[in-house]
Write a new protein. Sequence first.
Length: 374
Amino acid sequence: MQIKPDSEGPIGNSGLRINLLGKPEVQLADFFEELGEKPFRARQVLQWVHQRNVSRFDDMTDLSKQLRAHLCEVASIELPEAISEKKSADGTVKWLFSAGGDQAVETVFIPEKTRGTLCISSQVGCALDCTFCATGAQGFNRNLEVDEIIGQVTYANRQLPPRPNGARPVTNVVFMGMGEPLANYRNLIPSLQLLLSDYAYGLSRRRITVSTSGIVPHIDRLSDDCNVSLAVSLHAASDTLRNELVPINKIHPIAELLAACWRYAEKRANRFITFEYVMLRDINDTARDADDLIQLLQDRPAKVNLIPFNPFDGNQYKCSREQTISDFQRRLRERGLVTTIRKTRGADINAACGQLAGKVRDRVRSRLSEKVRN
């Protein structure tokens, strides 16, 4: 996902063309104004890149020849470099994308009859160290830039066949891959703007989901800056257990997290917050655990997504028994909580929820990781 050196005429001191792939409309308009062009050129380029799947400026025929030649000198449209592609027996596709320096991130496409969901990554690794997650076990190296995030969507839309109605294959995007999206807030917002823009992907807010382990200040910011669907990795109904499973709970305990969730929901009329709950055998799957969860979420704008634990090497947990998960769901539903059980997809290629690991080298300790560990 690196910007390639400019072989025709380096710009500035960097010797790199500017990659326009990750520029939302406002930033792209500023870029064209600096070139002495009208701001509306931004919308034209957005449509060429994100709707017509064009990366060569020479093919953008509604731009003047002079402008196209200038863009070839100073800019580029660089997509991620796919290291590998794996296909599951159930149709799920997983890509491993280079992030430079022997680093890599993973992206998963899940096809269904009515939609195609792309699970994208926002960081190389993760600093939050959730004990049941393969990404957390890899450690953390860095945040992905906007072009590296949105490039996952662009690549998938270009590689996959269109839907039967001719629509683009990716209809839904979920920030549930490697990393904590809200810990990369600076690059998350421009990525969301591109996904929402009518001149780029044009997705509705209902079709974009940001999943977080619970960085409360940024939940409040997100509700104002880009109010998309929110999913919260809860996984426990008590602070004692959640401190073990999701260590950021030591910084933002459950009561503080839920208060932020309800504030978020207030700004989204008739919308629910999705609470993700991984089912761990004899850890958080008892009737008492279900009742405690009911106490937290009953009569609130909440729905629960129960996730069967997907094992990975070096982890001590086991998935709850199928009957236990069914009983847990029934208990929640009887008390009025909308509750679903996530269908495991792509487990045969390690693409299921919690299994994404990518390749993380040169691990660093961020301020957030230090806080979580302490």
